[in-house]
Ligand binder design. Structure first.
Ligand code: ZN
Length: 139
């Protein structure tokens, strides 16, 4: 069995945002040379997500407003977590609901997606360097 590991790095200019990382994961898969197996994509930070959904700007706008209703950033005092001196209590909750990782099957050297599936990095406490782990195993 072969295995391949790669980190993808991001610095988003805003507190929140979504990045389509499908192409970068496909590139990692090509580098791995693996034709059959599994690909794990994991946000290595507790205020960021990796998830699969449609690449559609209306949907991304809906995520933003839905998450802001569930866990508004302000007031900072809303969150016990922020008593530590941090201001990202909302970002931890947003990450929880959007998920931390995805696993995609690899078939004949390709990510074996359904028709509209794409992989996204979701940032909820940006403006600093953060990374995503891609781990591919198979043969
Ligand atoms: Zn925190």
């Amino acid at each position: 069995m072969k295995s391949y590991r790669k980190e993808l790095w991001f610095t988003l200019p805003d507190r929140c945002g979504f990045v389509n990382i499908t192409h970068a994961v496909q590139e990692a898969l090509e580098e791995s040379g693996i034709r059959e197996g599994l690909c794990l994509v994991n946000a290595m930070h507790i205020t960021a997500s990796v998830f699969i959904n449609d690449d559609e700007s209306g949907l991304h706008h809906d995520y933003t407003s839905w998450l802001e209703k569930l866990a508004p950033h302000d007031p900072i005092s809303l969150y016990s977590h922020n008593r530590t001196g941090e201001d990202n209590g909302d970002a931890h909750l947003k990450r929880q609901i959007m998920g931390c990782e995805v696993v995609v099957a690899i078939t004949e050297g390709k990510l074996d997606f359904g028709p509209w599936e794409q992989i996204f990095y979701g940032e909820f406490d940006g403006r600093r360097k953060k990374r995503v782990l891609v781990k591919i195993i198979g043969e």
